[in-house]
Design a binder for this molecule. Structure first.
Ligand SMILES: Cc1cc2nc3c(=O)[nH]c(=O)nc-3n(C[C@H](O)[C@H](O)[C@H](O)COP(=O)(O)OP(=O)(O)OC[C@H]3O[C@@H](n4cnc5c(N)ncnc54)[C@H](O)[C@@H]3O)c2cc1C
Length: 351
């Protein structure tokens, strides 16, 4: 019998699977390519919320766990995954500059916010009120990470590329079985796909559609990421990701015309040189009601777990909370109540 079945191999399933490997656990993954959030993500790791200049939830702690996690993945998979890149926040007023200085005085933010404002970063991106530089940021190439880790699991014969059909799951006292595969427990990491999971879809997971366009511009010659009303993230070869949009009404997984027009308008305002839109991608972020991850044990079936709700910050959150979930299952360590799915149970299940 296996130790675990893992359903879904986005950022959540990858972090969970790695933790299982580190503990020499036997597991099998099911992945059906139905959700694209991790694949299309900008991949930015940035501990600062650039709207208000505050630290994202637990971001300091997450940075310390996430960056070594991805560096180890680089070594294991022999692929370039971590790309340090600075982010320049364009200011729109003197008041924003002041807010930046105030934030930079705070102990947890001072290591990230540079107080030497930069007047010009690129001739094609003018800014009347200069730019603020965020340090220690970068991009995780999620596309490479996912493809390489999937290949690795395929070579080890521990992944099935097929849809996990929930009604075929048999739940026993101390194990689960699914189409001939038996395991002590199962962890669901389906992102927004959790809406189809009859065991966990009572949890308040709200999809938030995000879209990027990719532009080509020979003139731009930008090496840093820039945050204005949108992000511009350099991809190399004169290509740049521009986005992302946030839409909590539209659940259509396909890229849409409206988002493309919105992003085109914003980039036209931000850069003064010519560009061409060459691609567009979309994914549904698995966002929770209270903006915290949702993980833990099913209230009724003790062998069923989920690891979800990373919203727009899966890159930094997933390595930390996957460790907490596996320590909860294996070592009986308590989950922090703010991420434990139990916070939503009272309404649906008697304790
Ligand atoms: C446009 C966009 C930009 C983003 N940019 C960033 C960013 O810059 N930085 C950042 O930190 N985060 C970013 N995010 C958010 C980030 O992508 C998410 O937080 C993260 O990817 C969620 O990972 P996940 O594994 O929980 O879900 P998903 O990525 O949705 O993965 C779930 C996996 O489960 C599989 N699955 C689902 N159901 C089944 C089933 N029944 N059987 C088998 N397999 C199944 C799916 O195919 C999928 O591979 C962005 C998101 C979007 C959409």
């Amino acid at each position: 019998m296996l130790d675990y079945i893992v359903v879904g191999l986005g950022l959540s399933g990858i972090a969970i699977s790695r933790k299982l490997e580190e503990r020499n656990k036997q597991f099998m993954v099911f992945e059906d390519n139905s959700q694209k959030s991790s694949l299309v993500a900008g991949g930015l790791f940035n501990p600062v919320i650039l709207k208000r200049f505050t630290l994202a939830w637990n971001a300091n702690k997450q940075m310390k766990i996430a960056i070594p996690f991805y560096k180890k993945m680089e070594e294991k998979l022999q692929a370039k995954i971590v790309h340090p890149i600075e982010i320049y926040r364009k200011f729109f007023s003197a008041e924003e500059q002041n807010n930046w200085f105030e934030a930079a005085d705070k102990p947890l933010l001072s290591e990230y916010l540079d107080t030497n404002l930069v007047k010009d970063i690129n001739p094609n991106i003018p800014s009347e009120f200069s730019f603020g530089r965020v340090r220690k940021t970068g991009v995780i190439n999620t596309d490479v990470l996912i493809k390489e880790y999937r290949n690795y699991l395929e070579n080890e014969s521990i992944i099935h590329f097929e849809r996990f059909e929930y009604d075929a799951l048999q739940i026993n006292e101390d194990s689960v079985s699914y189409n001939g595969v038996s395991a002590k427990q199962i962890i669901f990491c389906e992102g927004f796909g959790m809406q189809h999971n009859p065991f966990f879809n009572y949890l308040p997971l709200r999809g938030n559609k995000g879209e990027y366009i990719t532009i080509y511009s020979e003139e731009l010659q930008l090496e840093e990421a820039v945050k204005s009303s949108v992000f511009i993230i350099p991809l190399g070869n004169n290509l740049y990701k521009v986005g992302a949009t946030y839409n909590n009404q539209d659940k259509d997984p396909q890229p849409g015309k409206e988002a493309r027009e919105e992003l085109e308008k914003k980039i036209e305002k931000l850069i003064s040189c010519k560009f061409e839109v060459v691609d567009q991608s979309a994914g549904i972020r698995p966002a929770s009601k209270d903006r915290k991850p949702i993980l833990g044990r099913h209230p009724k079936y003790k062998n069923l777990y989920c690891c979800n709700g990373f919203g727009s910050r899966g890159v930094l959150i997933s390595p930390m909370v996957s460790e907490q979930l596996i320590a909860f299952v294996e070592d009986d360590l308590q989950l922090p109540p703010e991420i434990d799915l139990q916070r939503f149970n009272r309404k649906h299940y008697q304790a």
